[in-house]
Design a binder for this molecule. Sequence first.
Ligand SMILES: NC(=O)c1ccc[n+]([C@@H]2O[C@H](COP(=O)([O-])OP(=O)(O)OC[C@H]3O[C@@H](n4cnc5c(N)ncnc54)[C@H](O)[C@@H]3O)[C@@H](O)[C@H]2O)c1
Length: 409
Amino acid sequence: MNSVISEAGSPARGELSFLWAKDHMGILKKITEKVLNGQPLAGRRLGFCLHITKETSVLLMAAKELGADIVACPANPLTTQDDIASFLSEKGVTIYAWRGQTDKEFRECLNKVIQFKPEIVTDDGAELHVLANNIRCQSILGGTEETTTGVTRLRSLQGKKSLLYPVIGVNDASTKYLFDNRYGTGQSTIDGLMRATGVFLAGKHVIVCGYGWVGKGVASRASGMGAIVTVTEIDHIRALEASMDGFAVKRLLDVVESGDIFITCTGQTKVIRKEHFQKMKQGAILANAGHFDVEIDVEYLYKQDSNPVCIRANVNSFKIASKKIFLVDRGRVVNLVSGEGHAPEVMSLSFANQLLSILFLSKFHAKLKKRLHRVPRHIDRAIARYSIESMNIRIDKLTNEQKAYRHFI
Ligand SMILES: NC(=O)c1ccc[n+]([C@@H]2O[C@H](COP(=O)([O-])OP(=O)(O)OC[C@H]3O[C@@H](n4cnc5c(N)ncnc54)[C@H](O)[C@@H]3O)[C@@H](O)[C@H]2O)c1
């Protein structure tokens, strides 16, 4: 394995980014400074497998401030911001992360987190949870999961055999998926695509595959930039939603010939594959916003052209028959590889859910069944309240007459 921290990325620059993010993550600041006085996580060993971004550094430093002993590794080999990894290391976080890890190095770093004997593990994509469950890691008292794909994997694991410890599916809190998945990914996916390609979006035909929370955000933001958006779906309700939101809804094979840009947002595998590549027009651009790099059949592209031309830092040009097809970020999460991930304001909501769920597990793990749990409703509601307050928005309250009216029969 390489050195723990890459030479690139200075801790001083990382600290500036951390401070910038912290200033925009009011809820986390409020939780650590006002709501939770003292060190409720004193001595707790926390293991994190998250994208190592400036927003993640705010979560890790908050947990540290609350007394935790921390180890971290990345949730993706290509998404680490090296200056942030250096900064965290300098602040006493044990971190095994650098940008551009091989798959082997990525796995070794997951193992390092397990070797630390964490008591609570926080994951994004369930790689750490699956590993911990497979090797029956005994130190873990509870865990949390950040994303839809991770929750799906845990649900499947729970169906096959019981989980080794209780896991809170943070993704499924209203204050997570409604904002992070939709508005966060919506903005950062367009940002990542623009940084990678510099392409002009207005008037382009953008095909968004999947109209879940991520797809809704991406479709709405692409449309806001003037793109003509078509949605593809496999679920009738979501297809209906897309249609009533004003988007054309088509089968991918029926629309593939006219697409300029394709963005996958499904959590599924090989959504764009051989039959689609064959019908695509010259110059089509492919990007993925889903968790894993399986949504675009990248393997097929490499079989057709094993030596694609790297035309920009994160864009490869493949020769398929007589056409060029452009793949962004090797099919990995475009908003985190070419962009910086979600803006701090939206990660504030997700990571407030993470921090409060970690505190909840630390206190109540022994009372929880070893299965997937939702974020407790009171936590979800409190985060919405803090967030609204920190935005200086005031909302109405029910009058006594209105409270009584709710019980009107
Ligand atoms: N890039 C990021 O920062 C980020 C943030 C949040 C979530 N995610 C990931 O994005 C993915 C989607 O998350 P979500 O919360 O929107 O999930 P979701 O379950 O709400 O939506 C996925 C949608 O894709 C549709 N779908 C599945 N297979 C399809 C296919 N073959 N063709 C067309 N549509 C198909 C489903 O019917 C569903 O509507 C997951 O992998 C999730 O982990 C990424």
